[in-house]
Design a protein around this ligand. Structure first.
Ligand code: HEM
Length: 216
């Protein structure tokens, strides 16, 4: 409001008082453009031009939806919530709109994808990789590769994840029961080596912890 000292911003239709962050949000501050409006989308796209400062979050990627959720948590923790904007996300009576329900469904989907990816990474941790001018590239496994701390090393395999276009290098457990073995059932002692989505690297011993990768 003109003449008022208040500083407010909205994110997903929820208004926060950001006056204690005046150095960022006040006139002349680097993030002044966030005040007096709901520019939810810009929090994750970084597009601070007028066309980017919008509350339309309908076409964000799952990763962006999770990023936006972090920003909301940040404002809830650090700033005072003062109410809702009647508009895209809430009706005049403060009831959630279709856009809000869509966002909520997108968030649920994004969280589900993230936990699926985390489970996949724990089962098939990414390999370490390096490239050297004289010797070329190699991939290898270690007990921390892919940032997944574990008590086994595994062997590198090309992992063709169902539904994804590109294969990635995965460290595959090569002893013990397969991850999907039923408890108490008879099983091999080859870990996940027989998983149908795994392919061996050419010119690499099947039990080697490190494999050269072909130039392309
Ligand atoms: C999508 C892109 C970005 C968004 C949406 C964003 C948003 C924000 C917001 C809202 C604040 C104020 C936080 C508060 O209330 O305390 C902030 C602070 C800050 N941002 Fe960004 N920012 C972005 C990118 C960047 C980049 C690329 C840099 C550096 C090159 C940067 C540097 C900073 C710094 C130094 C602060 C101040 C931190 C402090 O004083 O505690 N930001 N940012």
């Amino acid at each position: 409001m003109k003449g008022s000292k208040g500083l407010y911003l909205a994110i997903l239709g929820r208004v926060f008082d950001v006056s204690k962050g005046r150095k960022h949000y006040g006139p002349g501050g680097g993030y002044h453009f966030f005040t007096g409006r709901d520019a939810s989308r810009a929090f994750v796209t970084g597009n601070f031009k007028p066309d980017g400062l919008t509350d339309d979050v309908s076409k964000l990627t799952p990763q962006d939806i999770l990023g936006l959720e972090e920003w909301i948590q940040f404002y809830e923790k650090d700033y005072k919530y003062v109410g809702k904007v009647s508009g895209r996300f809430y009706t005049k009576d403060g009831k959630p709109t279709k856009a809000w329900l869509n966002y909520e469904a997108d968030l649920k989907h994004a969280k589900k994808m993230k936990s699926k990816e985390e489970a996949d990474s724990a089962r098939f941790p990414p390999c370490n990789s390096e490239w050297k001018q004289d010797v070329g590239g190699r991939v290898w496994c270690s007990k921390m590769s892919g940032g997944i701390s574990r008590d086994w090393v595994g062997v590198p395999r090309m992992y063709h994840q169902p539904g994804k276009n590109n294969a990635r290098c995965a460290c595959v457990r090569n002893t013990g029961p397969p991850s999907d073995a039923k408890p108490n059932s008879a099983h091999s002692n080859r870990g996940d080596l027989d998983n149908p989505n795994m392919k061996e690297y050419a010119n690499c011993r099947v039990d080697s912890e490190s494999c050269p990768i072909a130039d392309n």
